[in-house]
Design a protein around this ligand. Structure first.
Ligand code: ARG
Length: 400
């Protein structure tokens, strides 16, 4: 009888390496490792080699950066999905994509089990499990760290040594880092004390206000139907553009945040985030929207953004309501063509100019100069009618 197969979301790190061995030893499973390249800057060949050495029978390495930006990050910009004001959802957006890759490979390999390295107290387990359930209800999901007795890093290292798992001899990283092209999430270690300022070595992508460039820099960011297409007039692919904004924003210390956040599982945690490109893109898109969208659409978009963000954070990416909301936000993008002029300086990203062929800004209505085309007399009648209900109430009160 052939061995049962498990498809594992593999990162190349200690947790998922140990998991490969665990499946082989405990269940005699055949392990197929899947590494999704989301821009983590790790050497794909080395990762492949390590997974095979650890015992995987096969390794898939997939460069999913374009798909991630096009189908996950860009819709999040359109929806203005920012969790609790500061988190641009870099990890949350990646999990449904990784889940989809795992399901596709599991189907192609006729594997009946999918595994991931999440622990039992985070959000990521929910995002993986729920996405996989929504895409392939017949597949069994196993997260060994939720079941297994080995739960400290020291124990894992001991297990790895005992079972000849190649350990990278790198400086012990005291933090838990989740990093991709849309941003970095950093927690654990000293960060677990919310009163302690994050040490300098926490930050991976951005300069501090002290070390950021002294001189401000102007950047013109252009959108075509909602899609960012040019920096300072130069046409770039979305991947190139995001890489360039990460570099520029990083140099000017943009997109950092230090927050205490509400996890779905009921725990508050402290996390440091860095997302220079995501921050700049969200900010510039919002500035364009202010110029182009009518008031009712903009205000209602803001109401739905809150719901959308919660759904993404809470793992409901593959759900009918999330899809319908995507269609709602996408509709407005047809108008979203224009250029936003930004000034980046010492951690600040400021808007200093905007233009759009679809602008609803009307100079002759807005101006206080002679060119003023607004009939001020209309203002008087408008105020009378707008305030009428309040006037009636006040009259009633004074008569009593
Ligand atoms: N709190 C973030 C989320 O729930 C990030 C989770 C992963 N963070 C980490 N440092 N490993 O999406």
């Amino acid at each position: 009888m052939s061995k049962k197969k498990v498809v594992l979301a593999y990162s190349g790190g200690l947790d998922t390496s140990v998991i490969i061995k665990w499946f082989i030893m405990r269940y005699q499973y055949e392990v197929i490792a899947v590494y999704a390249d989301l821009g983590q800057c790790r050497d794909a060949e080395k990762i492949k080699e390590k997974a095979l050495k650890t015992g995987a029978s096969k390794v898939y390495v997939q460069d999913v950066r374009d798909e991630f930006l096009d189908n996950y990050c860009l819709p999040a910009v359109w929806a203005h999905a920012v969790y609790e004001d500061n988190y641009y959802l870099s990890a949350a957006l990646s999990r449904p994509l990784i889940s989809k890759a795992l399901v596709d490979i599991a189907k192609a390999e006729s594997a009946h089990v999918i595994a991931h390295g999440s622990t039992g107290k985070g959000n990521d387990q929910v995002r993986f499990d729920v996405s996989i359930m929504a895409l392939a209800p017949e597949i069994e999901i196993v997260a060994p760290l939720r079941r297994w007795e080995v739960n400290s890093r020291a124990q894992e290292i001991e297990f790895a040594r005992e079972h000849n798992i190649p350990l990278e001899i790198t400086k012990e990283n005291p933090y838990s880092l989740d990093y991709n092209i849309w941003g970095a999430c950093i927690e654990c270690g000293i960060l677990e004390d919310p009163w302690q300022e994050a040490p300098k070595d926490v930050y991976q992508l951005t300069a501090s206000t002290e070390t950021a460039k002294a001189e401000p820099e102007y950047v013109e960011l252009s959108f075509t139907k909602g899609r960012p297409t040019r920096i300072n007039g130069k046409e770039l692919s979305l991947l190139e553009l995001v890489e360039e904004l990460n570099r520029l924003g990083g140099e000017h210390g943009i997109g950092r945040s230090d927050m205490v956040e509400n996890r779905l599982v009921g725990i508050k945690t402290r996390e440091i985030y860095e997302a220079p490109a995501a921050y700049i893109l969200h900010f510039a898109h919002a500035q364009l929207e202010k110029m182009v969208l009518d008031k009712e659409s903009l205000h209602f978009r803001q109401v739905l953004s809150h719901k959308y963000t919660e759904m993404v954070y809470n793992g409901l990416w593959f759900s009918p309501l999330k899809d319908a909301l995507d269609a709602f936000f996408a509709k407005f993008q047809l108008q979203m063509t224009g250029t936003i002029r930004l000034k980046l300086h010492k951690g600040n990203c400021m808007v200093v100019g905007r233009k759009s062929e679809n602008s609803l800004y009307n100079y002759s209505l807005a101006t206080y100069d002679e060119a003023d085309a607004f009939n001020h007399k209309d203002g008087e009648s408008f105020c009378k009618i707008w305030g009428l209900p309040l006037k009636v109430m006040a009259q009633n009160k004074s008569q009593k």
